[in-house]
Design a protein. Structure first.
Length: 183
């Protein structure tokens, strides 16, 4: 167990709400049929790095704040009106905390690719000069997730609930956490 606390965004989903999300509805029935019964629910905390991103689109300079997971850069970006700090973060002592594994250069490259996709959806052709300035601004902070474990004595599968956005994640997040669990 790490001696230093993880500073994390406040979760918007309680344990009981997570259990309901993993137990109720058509998707939960499908998971029970494919993987077995819901056996356990646990929290996990993923480190994120916060960035200020500036670009020129349609003659105006835009500034946006994004956070990229510092483990592999494969999870969805978080976007904030300003990067979380101080009272927006709570200290949590936990063993279920992933370690950052990306280099700063790799993280910035992945962030640029993801931001380009976001900008493309707004009209990429309006981007002037193709220049995107990326500056890491926030200290590492964590995002809480709930993991639902399904299965039996022979196999287990993991389902993921983003505890901030209040949404069940897809296959990408499932693979991300299953790889962490077997490592």
């Amino acid at each position: 167990m790490s001696e230093t606390p993880a500073f994390t965004l406040k979760p918007n989903v309680t344990r009981d709400q997570a259990i309901r999300a993993f137990s109720d509805g058509a998707a939960a029935r499908l998971w029970r049929m494919r993987a077995g019964a819901l056996r356990r629910v646990a929290e996990a905390y993923v480190p994120y790095w916060g960035y200020r991103v500036q670009y020129n689109m349609a003659g105006a300079v835009h500034t946006r704040f994004f956070a990229l997971d510092a483990v592999s850069g494969s999870l969805d970006l978080f976007e904030f009106p300003s990067l979380p700090q101080g009272p927006q973060l709570v200290a949590v002592q936990t063993r279920n905390r992933l370690a950052a594994a990306l280099t700063q250069d790799r993280a910035e490259g992945l962030l640029r690719e993801k931001v380009l996709r976001v900008i493309f959806l707004q009209g990429f052709f309006k981007l002037r000069g193709g220049k995107i300035d990326v500056v890491r601004e926030a200290q590492e902070f964590h995002i809480p997730y709930w993991l639902g474990f399904y299965g039996d004595a022979n196999s287990a599968r993991c389902r993921v609930l983003d505890a901030v956005r209040r949404r069940v994640e897809g296959a990408k997040a499932t693979v991300f956490f299953e790889q962490w669990l077997v490592a």
